[in-house]
Design a binder for this molecule. Structure first.
Ligand code: HXC
Ligand code: NAP
Length: 287
């Protein structure tokens, strides 16, 4: 049930949506569902061969119109070009999903300054470049707009060993709330989703390679005992991109099976105490 499409047919009919990093992983899954709901799609990233293959697949599977545009989101001129060719093809753009990211696991003192820059530039600069270009376009043309940013739960908490990503995602969260407050009156909504672990080749190969899996089992950290299904995330994203969420602005929605709250709770570790020990404890309790 939870991995079934949720919205009714044509919920995104006539909408044109740009998805950064839309040729792989979660961006591709969300894009596919948007197409199924009637949207036109522009997917963008650095690797045009990957993008084109995904666009061809999406067209074949859904019958939607999908345009693949090469763009490094770190470069503002390339982002402006992305917007230009999207408008040329579809007449206008209604929504932006800031999903592109770069990340790796490493003790911070081992990182070069360039490694730090690389991740922060893709995640934070890439997001504000796209947000700025789209925001200027919507405001100049008095058009409504919807922005949705993919962050992570460690945007709130920070996290060891992925420090550039945590710093950048925290920045994206602040950007989300700030723009929601500033551009809401221009009829531009800005929200975020903070996913927990959703298996993708891009994330798993970099964040949970076999050497990390020896020390961290993501499933043990999640109260619901499973990772997320792409359709669950796509359902939430499509809702936040659609007009059904018209009164939601400046929000960040966590979808992580309870993972971050579980990690944050002072006494969560007591779940390792067996029932017999609780029986003994109950008998000894102070009144
Ligand atoms: C330390 C590294 C490194 C690593 C690269 N660098 N990989 N340092 N550990 N694993 C350093 C390099 O040595 C170099 O610095 C600098 O970073 C730039 O490296 P390049 O390879 O030239 O960068 P580039 O080709 O632009 O590739 C960017 C990338 C790569 C971020 C390094 O991984 C990438 O393309 N990622 C995109 C997809 C991705 O990361 N997806 C996962 C998102 S998952 P020097 O000084 O040596 O020149 C995610 C989920 C979070 O965010 C939550 C999960 C639960
Ligand atoms: P992914 O498949 O590796 O997606 C990252 C995408 O970003 C790729 O398509 C990549 O394409 C693109 N990209 C990277 N650098 C770029 C640049 N400079 N310009 C344009 N595009 C660029 O990983 P994913 O797991 O689906 O992640 C998608 C989003 O979800 C990310 O924001 C990630 O932080 C977030 N997230 C994922 C998880 C998870 O468990 N998977 C959990 C929390 C949050 P190119 O290489 O072709 O440029």
């Amino acid at each position: 049930m939870y991995n079934q499409p949720m919205l009714k047919e044509n919920s995104l009919k006539g909408k044109t949506i740009i998805i950064t990093g839309g040729g792989t992983g979660l961006g591709k899954s969300i894009g596919k569902y948007c197409c199924e709901l009637g949207a036109n799609l522009i997917i963008t990233s650095r690797k045009i061969d990957v993008l084109q293959k995904s666009a061809d697949e999406l067209i074949l599977e859904t019958g939607a119109q999908v345009l693949a545009v090469q763009c490094d989101v770190r470069n503002y001129e390339e982002v402006e070009n992305l917007l230009k060719v999207s408008i040329e093809k579809f007449g206008s753009v209604d929504a932006l999903l800031n999903n592109a990211a770069g990340n790796f696991v490493m003790p911070t003192e081992r990182l070069s300054a360039k490694a730090f820059d690389t991740v922060v530039d893709i995640v934070l600069k890439g997001t504000y470049n796209c947000s700025l270009a789209l925001g200027k376009y919507w405001i100049k043309n008095k058009l409504p707009g919807v922005m949705l940013n993919i962050v992570t739960t460690y945007a709130f908490t920070g996290s060891a060993y992925v420090v550039p990503s945590a710093a950048a995602k925290g920045g994206v969260l602040a950007l989300t709330r700030s723009l929601a407050a500033e551009w809401g009156r221009k009829n531009i909504r800005v929200n975020a989703i903070a996913p927990g672990p959703f298996p993708t080749e891009g994330a798993w190969s970099r964040l949970f390679p076999p050497i990390v899996q020896k020390f961290v089992d993501p499933l043990k950290r999640i109260p619901l005992g499973r990772t997320g299904e792409h359709q669950e995330l796509a359902n939430l994203a499509a809702y936040l991109l659609s007009d059904f969420s018209s009164y939601i602005n400046g929000e960040v929605i966590v979808i992580d099976g309870g993972e971050w709250i579980h990690g944050a709770g002072q006494f969560t570790g007591l779940e390792n105490i067996p029932d017999e020990m609780w029986d003994a404890w109950e008998k000894m309790r102070t009144r």
